[in-house]
Write a protein of this length. Sequence first.
Length: 169
Amino acid sequence: MNLAPEALPGGPVSHAIARLARIHQLLAGRLLRELGLHPSQELLLMRLWESGPQRQSDLAAELGTDSAGTTRIVQRLEAAGHVRRRPDPTDRRATLVESTPAGDALRDGVERIWAQLEELTVGDMSPSEQEAALASLLRLEENVLATEKGARCGLPAARRGAPPVVRRG
């Protein structure tokens, strides 16, 4: 059943976002499989590459997942040898997660896949269309994060920034 967005109850924008998010995640998953990764694992690694060792609780906040979800991601990456956990020397109650040499070796592949994902996502959109789409998406994100209901759902009060940008150097 393929209903036109305007025929769906609750709002065409929300339905379009939900469909796009699902399709985008499926595509990312297919691309990441070649590296033996699942969606969200690369985001955690990207964060570690960008910022170095992080508290597991900070990674959960950055990824927008609960503690249990982050623990599962870290455990899977740890079992594969891509990250390791160690006690935080400044707070024995906290755990730091850091990339291993095997995790660091995935960086070029993850960057290539994210460039490919971006290319597939924007297709033949002009640079100005891409800028307009990004501005609209950021505005929608700000709207959702600013709501009282969003706060009750555990969303952060303000935009924490775009997904981690992987930089060299």
